[in-house]
Design a protein around this ligand. Structure first.
Ligand SMILES: [Mg+2]
Length: 254
């Protein structure tokens, strides 16, 4: 199903869950090349305040990366597609140690990258990602590599496809389960969850907020998705988020 190309009217009881790359920031050639529009930090601060603190980042990046990018904000956040989470009270949840297979997988990815120009390996500790934005013709080879490394590593790992990236991560945690975890806690519980993302890794989050009776919004209207709404570009989304606090106030019960 494709999403509807307009956005719902923001409500005063909403809780916001926001993906980062491709949603709040245009995707760059490599994960380190991104630039945050200067309007994003004040927009998020105002939106979080309007939502009573119920605003969280839900990203594939590590938490440490999110904190660096969004400083001085210290938002409730989920990193590594839900494997790490800092809740509304600042408490951090993450696995005690990386899965044994991840290191071998990173080594295998590096070996492939050494003989494949344009391919970039990202060792995130708990997960391993290989980006082929610089060598799109290598997509099939990268997928085969990931499947081979996954089979050799065994364990409870799985492949997470993204935009020009393939990631291997522990099974279990995903963007949907982590949104559900936030929704059981203050200040999210009792609010109407809204998840905004752009990518295959966000489909679990869209499905979760659909199940919870909330709103799923995808940036990019071209692909089939479980999201119910879509917006064409990052800039359009940022304009809508900027205007949301005023709309939320207007919708609040008198
Ligand atoms: Mg994204």
């Amino acid at each position: 199903m494709t999403a509807q190309n307009h956005l719902p009217a923001p409500g005063s009881d909403w809780a916001f869950f926001l993906d980062v790359d491709g949603t709040l920031i245009d995707i760059a050639a490599t994960p380190d090349d991104i630039a945050i529009d200067p309007s994003v930090l004040p927009t998020l601060a105002q939106l979080g305040e309007a939502a009573g603190g119920a605003l969280a980042l839900i990203s594939g990046r590590p938490l440490s990366d999110l904190d660096r990018l969004f400083a001085p904000l210290n938002l409730p956040s989920a990193g590594l597609h839900g494997l790490e989470r800092r809740n509304g009270e600042g408490k951090v949840f993450r696995p005690s140690k990386p899965d044994d297979g991840i290191k071998e997988i990173v080594d295998g990815m590096h070996e492939f990258a050494r003989r494949t120009p344009g391919v970039l390996v990202e060792d995130k500790g708990f997960t391993a990602a290989i980006h082929f934005r610089g060598a799109p013709e290598e997509e099939i080879a990268v997928l085969r590599l990931a499947e081979g490394l996954l089979a050799a590593a065994g364990g409870d790992l799985h492949i997470q496809n993204g935009k020009m990236v393939v990631e291997i991560k522990p099974a279990g945690a995903d963007k949907g389960s982590v949104i559900e975890a936030f929704m059981r806690e203050f200040p999210f519980a009792g609010r109407n969850p809204v998840f905004i993302g752009d990518d295959a890794t966000d489909e679990d989050g869209f499905a979760a907020v659909n199940r919870l009776g909330g709103h799923s919004i995808r940036v990019g209207c071209e692909a089939a998705t479980t999201a119910r709404w879509c917006v064409a570009t990052v800039d359009e989304l940022l304009a809508w988020l900027f205007a949301a606090p005023t709309a939320m106030q207007a919708s609040a019960p008198a």
